[in-house]
Design a protein around this ligand. Sequence first.
Ligand code: ADP
Length: 573
Amino acid sequence: MVDKIKEVFQLTDKGAKGLIKASVSTVFSYISYMLPLMFVMYFIRDLLMGNLKTPMLYVFMILGIAVVMYMFLYVNYNTLYTETYRESKNLRIDIANILKELPLSYFSRHDVSDLAQTIMKDVEAIEHALSHAIPQAIGLILFLIIVCISMLANNFKMALAIILPVIISFVLLLLSKRMQVYGSTKYYNQLRVNSDKFQEAIELQQEIRSYNQGYKVREDLLWEMDKSEKIHITSEFSQALPLLLSSTILKFALGFIILFGTNLYINGDISLLYFLGYVIGSAKIVFTTEGLYENIGEIMYLDARINRIRELRNTEIQKGERVDIKTYDIEIKDVEFSYNEATKVIDGISFVAKQDEVTAIVGPSGCGKTTVLRLMSRLYDYDKGSLFIGGNEIMKIDTDSLFDKISIVFQDVMLFNTSIMENIRMGNKEATDEEVKEAARLANCTDFIKNLPQGYETVIGENGSNLSGGERQRISIARAILKNAPIILLDEISASLDVENEMQIQNSLNSLIKNKTVVIISHRLKSVENADKIVVMNNGKIDSIGKHKDLLKKSKLYKNMIEKSNITESYLY
Ligand code: ADP
């Protein structure tokens, strides 16, 4: 049972046990609500039979009932809230641990805002449902079953007269809620499409205006909004009818039992006491069912949220052990890889990037160069072949050990919205301010940092939005210099630098890459002519490997690329 609950609500072991405790205590607290009713029935019976006991006995009974009710409610409150808040803490920690273990490929395949939603909003919703809807619903259902059985046992006809309408109303409610969940999911998906379109229209204003696309964009937006309005109206209508029927039947159920009961009473089939008892019991069933309806709605909406957590849990994590990597040759053997099953992006490549050497990967755009760097750093795991670092198979190295030894400078630099000092210090948390400044000097950052309002303490805006592409790039190089890892992977780092910057950075790169395993991708072939080894790639395969001069002789593709790049460099506007 614990396992089933864990799976259905995606809870931890403790959470599932807590939920069972909370549900059982809810049943007991509902049963305790029946005690005053039983007391009234007992009192009326004594009154009608002229058999009243001493007033003190009734006073003691009332006090006893109050104490029992207080105890049940106290236990219920404690189990509901303490267990819930403990579980939501555990759930958040559990999800954070899962995120830590997920392969980075997961983040590139999923919307980051969806992930944030899972952690914050989904856990919050589950927390609320755990402390309210779920145990109450389970408690209410068990309570209803108990009340119904005891009513059926005493007077079958009267019991059926209330139970049948309640069941019909309940089925209709489930139908309406299903439709509501289906309709609103469709509606929210459409709202997401709308907001994406709006965002695109705002971000691309410059292009829209310069290519005179305003009319088309407006048409598109109106069409999407029309669509969302239609979906909204259809979903409201489809759920309204069963909902209306359900609540009408429930409301009429009470009137029905009074009519039916009066008829039985007049015919002498039941006593007045039973009649009153059943009317009061039926009222309890109706109100309890109404309470249950509110909870059911909340639980049904939980489905999508629970599925998101389930998907997160079911994602295969990157396994590996802590390995002390001692040497730093990177050896790739017959490696194959595809982002999705349809196309093989890397198709059986083999080469070695040696320690203390610069290995350059060149080739036409889209041939798989960046993907090779991603495989070398385990951002993605390859499908076939093998990849060794210092003789250790990369799939067996945990990502923490790997990233201790690798610095990557990508074309798109990501910066945190904090000070320049802290952004560079990410390369090495232990570094002193002086060491950070030295790294910045080596990466030619000093000049632009000096001109910022608070120098190194300037907060640089979300993702470095207050800096130019070249400046962001130099900060990421400073980070890599500070990290001083033995393996350096550089992906098109000159793409966002101007010529002057590039020359300056070339000097600092030389100090960064000395005595290291360096793998570099550059579309500026001139900058890699001196590399110890150049790997020419084409369509996910290796065309040829060698030094610049050999390749000019043996690789047609390389020769072609060099010629084209010479033309580009001498191009005049
Ligand atoms: P290069 O660096 O040589 O320009 P890439 O390694 O970036 O080439 O890309 C190789 C191929 O893989 C391209 O066809 C590209 O569209 C595809 N690709 C790159 N990244 C992804 C991704 N995250 N998901 C799916 N396909 C991708």
